[in-house]
Design a protein around this ligand. Structure first.
Ligand code: ZN
Length: 73
């Protein structure tokens, strides 16, 4: 099991992720480059943009990571 997940072109440690968007981004702006991408909020006020595949993989990794933690506790 990986401790990192790939968001955009970055390998992000799972513990840095605060939340993951359920719906793809849409703001109505014609020159928006992130329409259809999923926002991933990190600590320190940062945010990254994930494809749907990356979003799903990140959620799966987070679930097994958190599940692994509660097994120990
Ligand atoms: Zn936008």
């Amino acid at each position: 099991m990986s401790f990192f997940c790939l968001i955009d072109d970055k390998h992000v440690p799972l513990y840095r992720i605060l939340w993951v968007s359920d719906l793809p981004h849409y703001c109505g702006s014609e020159d928006c480059e992130r329409e259809g991408w999923y926002e991933v909020k990190l600590d320190a006020g940062e945010a990254l943009w994930a494809t749907r595949e990356q979003r799903d993989a990140a959620l799966e990794a987070l679930e097994s990571w958190q599940g692994g933690m509660s097994d120990k506790g």
